[in-house]
Design a protein around this ligand. Structure first.
Ligand SMILES: Cc1ncc(COP(=O)(O)O)c(C=O)c1O
Length: 297
């Protein structure tokens, strides 16, 4: 969430009970607080309708399976809770966050025997990137990806991502581009795409990156928009010599990275392929607001 958006407008839901976000309280012994023992999702809400809900719920299930926590809700129950929260939310477009933790229990690393999972949800106004960032691009710094080997799980234990993002913030940059064993993985809170000679490149899904919902949207739009693309390993040298580099996420959509470690990427401004993809993305969103025969949510 953008720090400039006031949390006073937020609405929360804890274990099915709705309340203003400022009144939401979780017990100190919740394993989410003590161990970071939980998983989460961030779902964009456009015109009070969740975007790519199925994809988010599928990924949530994968994350829950990955940490051996039973899903507390069916997909239909999740759908109802999310729709109700979006209905109560402060604005038409929202950023809806949900997390499931292993619940409240005496502090002990081992899984508690009889704890109930805690389901915390909140929704806040969605702050999409301002027009200047879209037209000028953002800068990034590179860093060694020192996270664990299950980056495919969307866990709330985000300290490594927090520390990596702060490297970017300290350098006055918007994101960190992560490299592991000389290959591109992703950003601290985004997927990274590269364009070379008109071809869109993205690292394959693996245990080393989060399978972004926006990542899928971008590849689908590339296909329908006839932008050639290749999903394959990308070397550090290829990132540095790219014509374009982009970051993608549910809240930042797609942004061009025009400077990496102080050096321009390509011509140092958002490229032609980015502009085309950005337009396709906005077209997709517009189609969701006015569902017609061409909308594909
Ligand atoms: C580490 C990481 N990678 C990628 C993404 C992008 O995922 P999505 O497009 O589903 O928002 C995120 C989103 O927060 C993330 O935290």
């Amino acid at each position: 969430m953008d720090a400039s958006v006031p949390t006073e407008q937020g609405v929360a839901c804890i274990n099915g009970e709705f309340m203003p976000l400022t009144e939401a309280r979780i017990p100190a012994l919740d394993r989410g607080f003590i161990f970071g023992d939980g998983v989460y999702e961030v779902i964009p809400i456009y015109s009070r309708r969740p975007f790519r809900l199925e994809g988010h719920l599928q990924r949530l299930e994968r994350s829950l399976d990955g940490i051996r926590l039973a899903n507390p809700h069916t997909r239909a129950q999740w759908g109802n809770l999310i729709e109700e929260l979006a209905r109560r939310g402060p604005t038409e477009d929202q950023s809806l966050y949900l997390q499931v933790t292993r619940g409240v229990a005496k502090r002990d690393h081992a899984f508690p025997k009889d704890a109930q999972p805690t389901v915390f949800m909140m929704t806040n106004p969605l702050a999409v990137p301002e027009a200047r960032l879209v037209s000028e691009g953002v800068s990034a710094v590179s860093a060694i990806d020192n996270r664990w080997l299950r980056c495919d799980l969307k866990t709330i234990a985000l300290l490594p991502n927090v520390l990596l993002r702060q490297l970017a913030v300290d350098a006055g940059a918007a994101e960190v581009v992560l490299l592991r064993d000389g290959r591109l993985t992703e950003g601290s809170a985004s997927n990274i795409f590269v364009v070379k000679n008109g071809v869109l490149l993205s690292p394959p899904k693996s245990n080393l990156i989060l399978a972004g919902i926006t990542y899928d949207v971008i590849l689908e739009l590339a296909q329908s928009g006839q932008i050639p693309c290749e999903v394959r390993a990308i070397s550090e040298a290829e990132v540095r010599a790219a014509d374009e580099v982009w970051l993608t996420s549910s809240t930042r959509e797609v942004l061009a990275i025009t400077k990496l470690d102080g050096k321009p990427i390509g011509e140092g401004r958002p490229g032609a392929v980015f502009k085309r993809m950005y337009a396709l993305f906005q077209e997709l969103k517009a189609g969701l607001r006015n569902p017609g025969p061409r909308a594909h949510a």
